[in-house]
Structure formats: structure tokens, C-alpha cells
Design a protein around this ligand. Structure first.
Ligand code: IPM
Ligand code: MG
Length: 361
């Protein structure tokens, strides 16, 4: 029997519409081979939503997401909306979606593919074989803590305030994702914090240490975030799974991403509690400088669709087939500008999609 999956598509801004179009074609091709049926509903987010409705995350979009089995997001943001008040910025829509769907766990894999090893700015021997999973807490910490805002003090001076706070339940639920992710990988979990300075981090470290007793098969270590940043570029192969808070995870996942050579290759998954739809999106942004020019690399978006099949729709075979096709296009030397190296075949976004489709058929 044909299995049906309802997917909300959020193309967003910049290169978003171009790359998501490739992912949709790939999903359709996969569907016919695996006896699946995807029903796509497109909705507005980010700058596109601001232009159309005045707000970055219209209620309609959140409702569409809630009524689907998974959400495939491209990217949001652009110069045009950078100077709006915070409530009307594209990024605020993204944060509201994370909060609204309860997506507390963000999985960001950083895998160095042998075909792209020369695209890394680090020496090949340092990055060869790197395979890291960053588990980032996504709905708490300094991104959401209260009080926040720009206030006026008694002397009339302005003072900007954000609050980094985590409750035990927030720490425990992301720690659980960290331990379980490590269990499925090599069994090594590194928790990153700033417990030498921050109380919120001390609680984080204490909880991780207590929870480790329930996971005797996982080897837990702790690093301060400054040291972790250094170790990531010094000797990244020491890491397998990293679990950390929202802000540290934001920063470290970009650093981990760049080990692989191009942020244009990396997918991510944002997950909530069981039964709620996850959001799958590339780690990179909307790249407004190359939007509409057929220059974007669609592979992170395509790999995000594969992650969606694996983590959100329980279709691991279909996911594997997409990942295989991506490896094959690279093996055959096709490269978009961001991963181009001498001797390879330069292609645009559309052509990269066409080559993928041929390989899947
Ligand atoms: C990310 C981005 C977002 C974040 C921005 C766009 C709000 O940098 O997904 O990593 O800081 O979380
Ligand atoms: Mg970021």
C-alpha cells in the first residue's frame, strides 16, 4: 500500500525557493520508487511572510506545520529586512516556529566527505574522517530567557539585557537526546558548557553527570566552550557527539560545519517531543548575494530531505537512497561554486538537481 506523508514546505527567502525546488523533485522521484506519496503544502515564513502579511511567522504557517508529518524549511532572512524592529525580523519568525512547535533538540551533523576533503581550510590529515554530531538545545537558554530587552536605567542610560537560564527539566530532556544519540553512534558524548564561570552551566554539568549513571555504555566528558572551540579546529577527530546549550551550539555548529569545507553541504533536524512534526533545514542561510542566479548548492537542502525521511517519517531506505545519490554526484565530479576545485565540473543549482534525478532513476 502506498504510504502517505504530509509535508509543509517553507521556501523562505534568498536562495530558499531554488534549493527547495530541487529537494521537492528529488522527493517526488524517490516517492515513485518506494511506493510513497508526499502531499506538499507551501507556507510563508521570514521576509517573504513579512512582505505578504506584515509578520515573519503568520498563524496560518504554524497551523500548517502542526497539521503535517514533517516540515522542510529552506532559509530565511536578507538585507531588506535587517533594519526592521526585532519583532518583525525574519529571524524572529524562525525562533517563534522553534518555540511554537516545541523543537528543543537540534541535530547538526558535520561529516567530512572524502570527495570534498580539499574544500576544507584545514589540512586534510586533520579533517579526514571527521564525523561529528552537534546536539544543540534550541528553545531555551539565552535566546529565550527573561528578562530580555533594552531598558533605561535610573540615570537615563540604555542597558541591554538577556538572561541565560536552564531549568533541570530543560537540561534533562536535551541531555537524554545527547546520550541516546551517542549510544547510536560511537558511544562518546562531550558536554560543552562554561561551568567555570556561569551558574547556569554548573547546573548543566551537574545534571549531565547525574544522568550519565543511566547510560553506562556512554563515555561522558565535559569541556568549557572556549576550549571546545579550540579543540574543534585543533583536533576535531576527538569528537563524536557534542551536547550543548542554545548559544554555544549556535557558534560551535558553525565551526564544526566549516571543518567539512562548505556549509553548503550540511543538513539539520529540529525535533520536539514524540508525535510533533520536526523541522528539517540546511545549516546555511539564505545567501541573498547569490539568490536567483542559479548558483546555490542544493545539496544541504536535499540532505535535509533525507534527514526528514529518516528521523521524521521513518523511511530509512528512501533516506539512504538520497544520500547515496548525493555521494555519487560528488564522485562524478559535479560541483557548485562553493565546493568547486580544479578539474571538477562546474554546475548550477538546477543542473545539480538534474544530475541527482538521473542517478535516482
Ligand atoms: C541558526 C541561525 C539562527 C540561530 C538565527 C538565524 C536566528 O544562526 O539556526 O543557527 O541563531 O539559531
Ligand atoms: Mg547559527
Amino acid at each position: 500500500m502506498t504510504k502517505q506523508h504530509r509535508i509543509t514546505l517553507l521556501p523562505g527567502d534568498g536562495i530558499g525557493p531554488e534549493i527547495i525546488a530541487v529537494a521537492v523533485e528529488v522527493l517526488d522521484a524517490i516517492a515513485s520508487k518506494h511506493d510513497l506519496k508526499f502531499t506538499f503544502t507551501e507556507a510563508l515564513i521570514g521576509g517573504a511572510a513579512i512582505d505578504e502579511t506584515g509578520e515573519p511567522l503568520p498563524e496560518e504557517t504554524l497551523t500548517a506545520c502542526r497539521h503535517s508529518d514533517a516540515v522542510l524549511l529552506a532559509a530565511i532572512g536578507g538585507y531588506k529586512w535587517d533594519n526592521l524592529p526585532r519583532q518583525q525580523r525574519p529571524e524572529t519568525g524562525l525562533l517563534a516556529m522553534r518555540a511554537g512547535l516545541g523543537l528543543f533538540a537540534n541535530l547538526r551533523p558535520a561529516t567530512v566527505l572524502p570527495q570534498l576533503i580539499d574544500a576544507s581550510s584545514l589540512k586534510p590529515e586533520v579533517v579526514e574522517g571527521v564525523d561529528i554530531m552537534v546536539v544543540r538545545e534550541l528553545t531555551g537558554g539565552i535566546y529565550f530567557g527573561q528578562p530580555k530587552g533594552i531598558f533605561e536605567t535610573e540615570t537615563g542610560e540604555q542597558r541591554g539585557v538577556n538572561t541565560m537560564a536552564y531549568s533541570v527539566s530543560e537540561i534533562d530532556r536535551i541531555a537524554k537526546v545527547g546520550f541516546e544519540t551517542a549510544q547510536k553512534r560511537s558511544g562518546k558524548l562531550c558536554s560543552v558548557d562554561k561551568a567555570n564561570v556561569l551558574d547556569v552551566s554548573q547546573l548543566w554539568r551537574d545534571r549531565l553527570t547525574i544522568m550519565a549513571q543511566d547510560y553506562p555504555d556512554v563515555e561522558l566528558s565535559h569541556l568549557y566552550v572556549d576550549n571546545a572551540a579550540m579543540q574543534l579546529v585543533r583536533a576535531p577527530k576527538q569528537f563524536d557527539t557534542i551536547v550543548t546549550g542554545n548559544l554555544f551550539g549556535d557558534i560551535l555548529s558553525d565551526a564544526a560545519a566549516m571543518l567539512t569545507g562548505s556549509i553548503g553541504m550540511l543538513p539539520s533536524a529540529s525535533l520536539g517531543s514524540a508525535g510533533t512534526p520536526g523541522v528539517y533545514e540546511p545549516v546555511h542561510g539564505s545567501a541573498p548575494d547569490i539568490a536567483g542566479q542559479d548558483k546555490a548548492n542544493p545539496l544541504a537542502q536535499v540532505l535535509s530531505a533525507a534527514m526528514m525521511l529518516r528521523y521524521g517519517l521513518n523511511e530509512p531506505d528512501a533516506a539512504r537512497e538520497i544520500e547515496l545519490a548525493v555521494h555519487q554526484v560528488l564522485d562524478r565530479g559535479y560541483r557548485t561554486g562553493d565546493i568547486m576545485s580544479p578539474g571538477m565540473k562546474a554546475v548550477g543549482c538546477k543542473e545539480m538537481g538534474e544530475v541527482l534525478l538521473k542517478l535516482i532513476d
